[in-house]
Design a protein around this ligand. Structure first.
Ligand SMILES: Nc1ncnc2c1ncn2[C@@H]1O[C@H](COP(=O)(O)OP(=O)(O)OP(=O)(O)O)[C@@H](O)[C@H]1O
Length: 256
């Protein structure tokens, strides 16, 4: 069943008399519970697309509907995770997750405790952001977004700043969360391995203006193993599509 429907999305930025066409004729359908990954060259409009879905930017032509309702601004239906966790440094882990909701409310307390368990931060409830590693801080941000029970979680290169080891753990943790919460996900990455490891479907974008070049369904069961032949075959398929995308040189060395 369709959760997100994007029809004929076009987006331009204007700077003085100059107009740059950033997204062109984007059509995208996401089913409930899907895990979509988006890859594409730097500057092809991945973040712009994600912000439009989040309702953080509504200056575009075309239509975005979430659960049948036109997106006209940001709401609790769309959770957003940035590359950096954006926590409040003066609040503890549990208070960062609760945000403007009070932990004195038993229901909120229970939900926060459950999420702390889910993102494996038990014992760190009272810790402050400066006491956390990058991966832990990003897990706090994910828990904070999940508390609002979003219909879709939008993740803009959330593990881009993490070392390879932490990144791999975070991928596992996110898949556990997806399995448990069944939240639909749209995950932007530069890394083909990450896109194939996490996604049911990979959206490959090309640049100038940003368009959907190809949608590849990854028909591999979870948990996936990056060392298997089947995984490597999908990786090569996606890489092959990438080679058709202009400006391949821009993404060389960025995780491929
Ligand atoms: N607020 C803005 N004003 C003007 N131009 C913008 C603005 N935001 C983005 N752009 C331009 O739109 C294009 C797409 O940017 P966007 O950040 O969406 O790309 P991206 O694919 O996410 O890039 P990256 O992979 O490097 O993060 C770029 O050329 C960028 O310079």
């Amino acid at each position: 069943m369709t959760l997100l429907e994007i029809n004929d999305l076009n987006k331009s930025f204007e700077k003085g008399k100059e107009k740059s066409h950033v997204l062109m004729d984007i059509d995208l359908h996401v089913d409930r519970g899907e895990f979509i990954t988006i890859i594409g060259p730097s500057g092809c409009g991945k973040s712009t697309l994600l912000k439009a879905i989040a309702g953080l930017d509504i200056e575009y032509s075309g239509d975005i509907k979430l659960d049948g309702v036109k997106v006209i601004g940001s709401s609790i239906n769309q959770g957003f995770i940035f590359q950096e966790p954006r926590l409040f440094p003066w609040l503890t882990v549990e208070r960062n997750i609760a945000g403007n909701l009070t932990l004195n409310n038993i229901e909120i307390r229970e939900k926060v405790d459950k999420l702390i368990k889910l993102v494996r931060l038990e014992g760190f409830e009272k810790a402050y952001p400066k006491e956390l590693s990058g991966g832990m801080a990003q897990r706090v941000a994910i828990a904070r977004a999940l508390l609002r029970k979003p219909k879709i979680l939008l993740l803009d290169e959330p593990f881009g700043a993490l070392d390879a080891f932490t990144r791999s753990h975070m991928q596992e943790a996110l898949l556990d969360i997806w399995k448990e919460e069944k939240t639909s996900m749209i995950f932007v990455t530069h890394d083909i391995d990450e896109a194939v490891y996490l996604g049911n479907k990979i959206i490959i974008m090309s640049a100038r203006p940003g368009t959907v070049q190809k949608v590849v369904s990854i028909d591999l069961p979870f948990p996936r193993n990056k060392a298997t032949k089947a995984f490597q075959e999908f990786r090569h398929l996606v890489l092959g599509e990438f080679e058709k995308v202009e400006e391949l040189e821009l993404i060389n060395g960025a995780g491929i």
